[in-house]
Design a protein around this ligand. Sequence first.
Ligand code: EPU
Length: 447
Amino acid sequence: MLGTQPDHPYPAAAPGRLLKIRGGAALHGSVRISGAKNAALKALAASILTPEEVVLNNVPMIADVLSMADLLRALGAQVEVDAEHERVTVRAEQISRTDAPPDLFKATRASVVVAGPMLARHGEISFALPGGDQIGRRPIDMHLRGFERMGTQVHRDEHGVHAKVLALQGARIYMDYPSHTGTETLMMAATRATGRTLIMNASAEPEIVWLGNLLNRMGARISGLGTPFLTIWGVERLRGVSEIVIPDRLEAATFAIAAVMTGGEVTIDSVIEEHLVPVTEKLGEVGAEVWFQDRRMLVRARGPLRPTDLQTLPYPGFPTDSQSAFVPLLTQAGGLSTVHERVYEDRLRYTKELVKMGADIRVQAFGDHDEILATAAEVHGPTRLHGARVKSLDIRSAVSVVLAGLVAEGETEVTDVFHIDRGYAELVPKLAALGADLEDTGQPAGS
Ligand code: EPU
């Protein structure tokens, strides 16, 4: 049955919930990687481009997916979440409203991607502005400018955005920065615009290439995927599709880093080598051994880790989402490592939590008190980390403190665990199966 009512409660911030980790165990064994959050969420948004059924398999059962499902339901789509089979089915025969409920819209950043399909399908959307978070300001000016160039009237005030199509037409759009969600939302709007749209300086992240191919299977005409120049010819209608979500390269990177920093050996199942190269190259530099075979990778580390320098950049640069996982590893490498965060101006804030655990990390912020423009860090290692009570600030920084906890002496207590629920499917049981000693006090044993 396709439902219009949410069938899952929101995993909220449960007071007192902690993730307790007792460090010291090297990880061994194999782990299966789930579908990519940042691909599945966009495919869900794409499903409202058509009144026909869209079936997505290998969808990670995480809180952000459930909130996206609820947002689509609120807009009128019927959505069935089959958690057991990791499948989500959407049928958007009707779009019944164009004002996105603010609570649902703000629940995940990926909601901004719904705007493009809504304009293409229904010609209108109002939404509350997604808030800034603890990684930077994250404006959406490029998305909105692109919509305007395609013939949409955009009104923006302190309450949010109202966008209404006058005549959706192809346009030449140059993006000042290759925004990931900006490229996705504009690409989806363009699938049903009249004529040709050119998106220049488009993002080439693997999730966008996959989304573009999915849209083409639905009848869109997109070329140039994986390059900075996308060409989209508008079509009259899009049809239903059934698809398998690509594996989550960020989750795979997390387990690879965990294997290396604990001195273990882990086989990571369901990976795409090309998507992981920016991370595995750096793992090689610190002294890890990595082998790929088919869709699996084996990662291990023997002997002391070496320092390295990294800078985050759009794909195929080192992913900003893996930066916060790599920094705890660098605390275990002998010598000075440097980290330049070049995607989000304030995404090193979480390092304060690692410092509470004994890490020697010195962050330099550029800009003034009112506005940070960029940050970089020096990481001195190796340091003996010790357990402490530390806070998750967002999805990726939550994983950073968990990784640090795996090598810390004593017990680490992680608060605001709901951030992990938002982005990682079964992180705690997967780590436990590899030998980590950890427990989630919010999840009764055996659940
Ligand atoms: N930017 C602007 N103006 C815009 C759009 C972006 O100045 O109109 C700036 C941002 O402030 C940021 C930079 O451009 O400094 C990159 O932002 P981008 O738009 O590429 O990021 P995003 O689309 O908001 C997605 C992922 C992020 C991931 C980045 C980079 C989703 C839902 N989110 O965000 O994932 O870090 O691309 O790859 O796809 C996560 O999964 O934890 C996460 C934060």
